[in-house]
Design a protein around this ligand. Structure first.
Ligand SMILES: Nc1ncnc2c1ncn2[C@@H]1O[C@H](COP(=O)(O)OP(=O)(O)OP(=O)(O)O)[C@@H](O)[C@H]1O
Length: 211
């Protein structure tokens, strides 16, 4: 099970301005691989993750999930292809505000699985808290708990450790490592050196191109 991007382009227009957020990005992440995606602010990391997740549509190129084309399909089909296989942690909007952490996880969970990964993420004691009561680091970890709720085969995560202290970051990276060892493909966008150090491979984006 892999995720593959072939020659992805994404442009944004605002008035006369055109931003070339992705300019011909090709990559693949294999099962069990922990890949870090680094690059300066604005280099296209979030755009790339959104396109890989099928939450944004590239203007050119193709995304394939386990050999099946994800791009240029109706959202309902993209959702079906993603469901239960791809976990996504975005930069915001990962939690429904009117549900507790545990309810957020339960909402996306298929069947009855345990909530034990909350403890692994160091937020077991916050299971009954509402998102507005969480610290920045707690809410990122709660979002990660939602993304991991169905034991996805691919995890796409945007800055999962950005708001964490060094000790908690280590804890989250250990958990991600164990996921990779059990076969999950991880693509983690981050500015943190600790994430790049923990990864098997580092992809570096600059101005919408991999270097
Ligand atoms: N919806 C949008 N409309 C217009 N421009 C956008 C949009 N989304 C992203 N961009 C632009 O595309 C470029 C890439 O943005 P992106 O968020 O992918 O970068 P990033 O590497 O994730 O940055 P950061 O590290 O700050 O999160 C930036 O110039 C950004 O301003």
């Amino acid at each position: 099970m892999t995720i593959v991007a072939e020659n992805l382009y994404r442009f944004f227009h605002a008035g006369d301005d055109e931003t070339h957020a992705l300019r011909g990005v090709s990559l693949s992440v294999e099962a069990g691989e922990f890949v870090a995606l680094v690059g300066p602010s604005g280099s296209g990391k979030s755009t790339l993750l959104q396109c890989l997740a099928g939450l944004d549509e590239p203007d050119g190129g193709v995304v394939r999930l386990a050999g099946e084309r994800l791009s240029r399909r109706p959202e309902a089909e993209r959702a079906r292809l993603r469901a239960g296989r791809v976990g996504v942690l975005a930069q915001s909007g990962n939690l429904f505000p009117h549900l507790t952490v545990a309810q957020n996880v339960r909402l996306v969970q298929r069947g009855t699985r345990s909530l034990s990964h909350l403890a692994g993420l160091g937020i077991g004691h916050r299971a009954d808290a509402f998102p507005e009561a969480l610290s920045g680091g707690e809410s990122v970890r709660a979002g990660l708990a939602v993304a991991l709720a169905n034991d996805p085969v691919i995890l796409l995560a945007d800055e999962p450790t950005g708001e964490l202290d060094a000790t908690t970051e280590r804890q989250v990276l250990d958990l991600l490592h164990r996921r990779a060892e059990s076969g999950t493909a991880l693509l983690i966008a981050s500015h943190s050196n600790a994430v790049a150090d923990a990864a098997d491979r580092v992809l570096s984006l600059e101005d919408g191109e991999l270097r």
